[in-house]
Design a binder for this molecule. Structure first.
Ligand SMILES: CC(C)(COP(=O)(O)OP(=O)(O)OC[C@H]1O[C@@H](n2cnc3c(N)ncnc32)[C@H](O)[C@@H]1OP(=O)(O)O)[C@@H](O)C(=O)NCCC(=O)NCCS
Length: 209
C-alpha cells in the first residue's frame, strides 16, 4: 500500500544554531537540523526512539524484559502501515537520525501514546502532538524545539486553530513547551490514569495559533 498522498508542508525553518534566518522563512533550511516525514528506512529508528524516550511508561506497560520485543513489534507494525507514515516525522542532525514526533488530527485513525490516556477526542480545528522524542545523544541541541515548530507549520497548513499535548507534571519538557507558547490549561490524572499509564499526574498544555 502506498503512503497517503497529502500536501507536504515546506520544511519548517527554525532559528537554528549558527543561523540568523527567521522561523517564518521556509524551504531553505540552513542549520544542522532537518525535519521530514518518516520513510521506510527510518521506521526502526522512529520506533526505538519513541519507545526509549518513554521507556518508563513502556516498561510499565509491557515489563522491562519485553522492551526489545516492544520495539520490534512497533517497528513491524509501522512497516506494515505506510498509510500512517504521513503523521510521523523524523529530525536529522547533521544528516543523522536524531528525533521523532507524531501528530494527529481530527478523525485520524492513528494509535499513539495518548491512547494510554484515552485520548480520542481531537476537535476539528485541533492538532494533538504525541511522542516527541530525541535520542539521548542529541538532546539539548534545539531538535525538540524544531520538531514543535514543525507541528505548528503542519497544524497551520491544515487550518487548525490550536495544538495540544499531554505531559507528566514532573517532566522537564514542560519548560520547552512553555517556551514554544504552550500553556497549562489543566491538570488531570488520578488512580485510573496512573494504572493505565504508570503516572498519575499529567498536564494538558495548549497553544493557540
Ligand atoms: C523533551 C525532548 C523531546 C526535548 O528535545 P531536545 O532536543 O533535547 O530539546 P531542545 O534542545 O529543543 O530544548 C531543550 C529543552 O528540552 C527539555 N529537555 C532536555 N532534556 C530533557 C530530558 N532528558 N527529558 C525531558 N525534557 C528534556 C528541557 O525543557 C530543555 O530545556 P531546559 O534545558 O531549559 O530545561 C527530549 O529531551 C526527550 O526526548 N526527552 C525524553 C522524552 C520526553 O520526555 N518527551 C516529552 C514527552 S511529552
Amino acid at each position: 500500500m502506498e503512503p497517503t498522498a497529502e500536501p507536504v508542508a515546506p520544511s519548517a525553518v527554525t532559528l537554528q544554531p549558527g543561523t540568523t534566518r527567521s522561523r517564518f522563512q521556509t524551504g531553505a533550511e540552513q542549520g544542522p537540523i532537518h525535519i521530514r516525514r518518516v520513510e521506510a528506512q527510518d521506521i526502526e529508528f522512529a520506533a526505538r526512539v519513541a519507545l526509549e524516550a518513554f521507556h518508563d511508561k513502556v516498561e510499565y506497560a509491557v515489563g522491562k524484559s519485553r522492551m526489545d520485543a516492544a520495539i520490534e513489534l512497533t517497528t513491524s507494525i509501522l512497516h506494515r502501515s505506510p498509510q500512517l507514515w504521513h503523521r510521523y516525522y523524523v529530525a536529522l542532525y547533521e544528516g543523522k537520525l536524531a528525533g521523532t514526533m507524531v501528530i494527529k488530527f481530527h478523525d485520524d485513525k492513528l494509535v499513539c501514546m495518548g491512547y494510554a490516556l484515552m485520548n480520542t477526542n481531537i476537535g476539528p480545528t485541533q492538532c494533538y502532538v504525541d511522542t516527541v522524542g530525541v535520542d539521548a545523544e542529541f538532546r539539548g541541541k534545539g531538535i525538540g524545539k524544531a520538531l514543535m515548530e514543525r507541528a505548528d507549520v503542519e497544524a497551520r497548513q491544515r487550518g487548525c486553530k490550536s495544538l495540544f499535548l499531554w505531559v507528566t507534571q514532573n517532566n522537564r519538557a514542560v519548560r520547552l513547551y512553555e517556551r514554544q507558547g504552550y500553556v497549562i490549561t489543566h491538570s488531570f490524572g488520578g488512580w485510573f490514569t496512573g494504572w493505565a499509564s504508570g503516572c498519575r499526574d499529567w498536564y494538558n498544555m495548549e497553544k493557540n495559533l
